[in-house]
Design a protein around this ligand. Sequence first.
Ligand SMILES: [Zn+2]
Length: 200
Amino acid sequence: MLNSDAKIQRMRLTGVVVDKTKAQDVAVESARDRIEKQAEETWSGMNADRSHAYTMDVQLDVGREPKKGDHIIMIVDDDTPDLDGGQGQIDRIGGMTIRLKKGLLQKTPETAMPGEASFERTAAHEIGHAGHLYHPGGPVEKGDKNPVQLHPNDNVMHQTLTKGKDVPPTALKSTSFQAREIQSRVDRGQVNLEPRKDDE
Ligand SMILES: [Zn+2]
């Protein structure tokens, strides 16, 4: 249970999932369902003393054109040249366009090996970048008085290969510090992740 005076932070990410592969054979609705489920699970939680709880509601459409304010999640071919060796990418920290390689669809947190990306984890990780989060230890968290407490084996924002260590595919959690960091960027207008109104 939450403390009676707990702060509850609600976030909402909206957008579309688009099949950008040449073959156009991605099961987009299934991909959308996997992203929504994992991102909502990853980006909801509470802090240790139960004074701050946060939730993220993810609403992604398929089969329509992106409109202003949408996050766009593209499923792209595995040989997309500018994706380098990575499995997923966002256009910039705090950006709106995420690309995920099609081959990732074959990997879930249950079937991926340590150090191997899954579709779910990569999507939830890139959504963290959409919320203006960096990798732990990066510029935002250096010198912070309230550092991220989660071990790399738990924290979704660690890269799958962290300093030569294989992060397990079950590293899917976020911290209340990260949720508050997202909120501070929303408040400064740097992130298009709306606070959700209670009456909706
Ligand atoms: Zn990253």
